[in-house]
Design a protein around this ligand. Structure first.
Ligand SMILES: Cc1ncc(COP(=O)(O)O)c(C=O)c1O
Length: 470
């Protein structure tokens, strides 16, 4: 039984399908790649290669994300892409608007190795979306109705508000933790409280949203805690949506020897804990940062955010997948991206080497950045996943009365950008999310500029000057 689809989704399902699922068809023959080099030349776009320097390339401007992730496509990647065989089928509408059969199979192949699901994934367990944001939006659309709420702990990924709010009109019911560790069992009581509060206010809560590994805190939930979340959802008839986009970017932190490793919700035997049709996972290629073996550059990047490949996995809820497919006309990724992702995910040697290198480099950059933070008494929260650190610049700013906006303006004066905690719904002011995944020279320059900024006196700036930064 598939539980609890939204009323609007049921209405849509009752009407005639505009884009019925297509029957499997044979693949076309391989042809040479068709695109020109200029296609890849975009240097300035939002939410791409993470880091915080506005200085490395003056053409990168502070509009870059609300989150300090500035992405720059690495032209070296072109040579890798040109090796991919583009299937003629990829230049058509393909197998329908929820991803090619080939991509679904290659995702299953890849995720079965990496996520170790309790039941092996097969193509009918997932749908391809245009990035992970879109996979989350599909959940919002299909599981909740306008005005419904979804529980999410603070701080959280800044775009969730937009993803849930803009089109699905679903609201976030924020959960505060105070001094409680948000990854501990004790955090559950705060969800209970927020849920009870919502009920008292006649607010309908439909789901709980987890992000593991977490953005912006860079930590994972243990199996024990995940099971407790499942019990909580089951008790209250909620869906559990687990955003696991950073699953492959977990690394060793010697300062956190007992750090919780990543455990996918899919790998847990949860049948006795929760109705499986209420458990959904999203993942995608946007945060898979790729080292290209053909070059000797220190940090290369696939710019995979631009591929716009994500997936929504729901192993026991075909209605949800159908609902996502029902609105896929607006979302489906380019067949070229689909084709490239398919080749990538099937290359076990490449993905294994890449993931290992990525982890090693993230660990190295983190060590470098945190050594700097410690040597300048800048408080931060230890983590072991993703590529950002939660740091408290408010605690060390020269002028202790500085607001986050003041600090941001000073950083901007030094041409360095770090996202304020406020955009992640931080419970306290002063916190920032600093991205550390960069070559050491860039990282060092950025950290020095950050230090100069917080040591400078309060910057008397016009409100309007910082309005666009927050
Ligand atoms: C937790 C989380 N979910 C989703 C996304 C969005 O991913 P995509 O670019 O694939 O839409 C991000 C991007 O930063 C993220 O941090």
């Amino acid at each position: 039984m598939e539980r609890g689809l939204s009323a609007r989704e049921k209405r849509l399902r009752g009407s005639e399908a505009i884009f019925p699922r297509r029957a499997k068809r044979p693949m076309g023959s391989a042809v040479e790649p068709q695109w020109g080099r200029k296609y890849w030349s975009c240097r300035e776009c939002e939410n791409n290669i993470p880091f915080f320097l506005l200085c490395a390339n003056s053409s990168l401007d502070s509009h870059a994300g609300g989150d300090g992730e500035v992405h720059q496509f690495n032209p070296c990647v072109l040579s890798l892409f040109l090796q991919f065989q583009i299937d003629a089928h990829a230049l058509t509408y393909g197998d329908g608007f929820s991803g090619s059969h080939k991509l679904k199979k290659s995702l299953c192949h890849f995720l079965n190795r990496r996520f170790r699901p309790r039941i092996a994934l097969c193509p009918s367990h997932l749908t391809i979306t245009s990035g992970v944001s879109n996979a989350v939006e599909c959940c919002a659309w299909a599981l909740a109705d306008p005005g419904d709420h979804v529980l999410v702990g603070r701080p959280y990924f800044n775009a969730f508000k937009t993803i849930f709010g803009a089109r699905p009109r679903v609201e976030l019911q924020e959960v505060k933790f105070g001094k409680t560790d948000p990854f501990s069992m004790a955090a559950l009581q705060h969800y209970e409280r927020a849920y009870a509060e919502a009920k008292n206010n006649d607010v309908r809560v439909k789901a709980l949203l987890l992000c593991s590994p977490h953005n912006p805190l860079g930590r994972c939930y243990s199996e024990e805690v995940l099971r407790e979340y499942m019990r909580f959802c089951s008790r209250n008839g909620l869906h559990l949506i687990s955003d696991e986009i950073y699953a492959l970017s977990v690394w060793d932190n010697p300062h956190l020897p007992d750090a919780t490793p990543f455990r996918s919700v899919l790998s847990i035997n949860f049948e006795e804990v929760i109705d499986p049709s209420t458990v959904h996972v999203v993942w995608g290629l946007s945060k898979v940062r790729i080292h290209i073996p053909l070059t000797d550059m220190n940090i290369d990047d696939f710019g995979a955010t631009g591929l716009r490949i994500g997936c929504l996995i729901s192993q026991s809820n075909t209605l949800l997948l159908d609902a996502a497919e029902g609105i896929s006309l607006y979302n489906f990724p380019s067949s070229l991206a689909d084709n490239i992702a398919t080749s990538l995910l099937l290359d076990d040697k490449f993905t294994s080497e890449y993931i290992a290198t990525n982890r090693k480099r993230l660990a190295g950059s983190y060590r470098f950045a945190t050594k700097f933070l410690r040597s300048h008494q800048i408080p931060y929260v230890e983590c072991n996943a993703a590529f950002f650190i939660w740091i408290n610049l408010g605690a060390v700013a020269k002028d202790r009365t500085s607001s986050d906006k003041d600090i941001l303006a000073r950083l901007h004066k030094e041409r360095v950008y770090i996202a304020t905690g406020a955009i992640y719904a931080s419970e306290e002011p002063g916190w920032f999310r600093m991205v550390f995944a960069h070559p050491q020279n860039v990282l060092e320059e950025g950290l020095n500029r950050m230090l100069r900024a917080i040591q400078s006196r309060q910057c008397l700036i016009q409100e309007a000057d910082v309005a666009h930064l927050t």
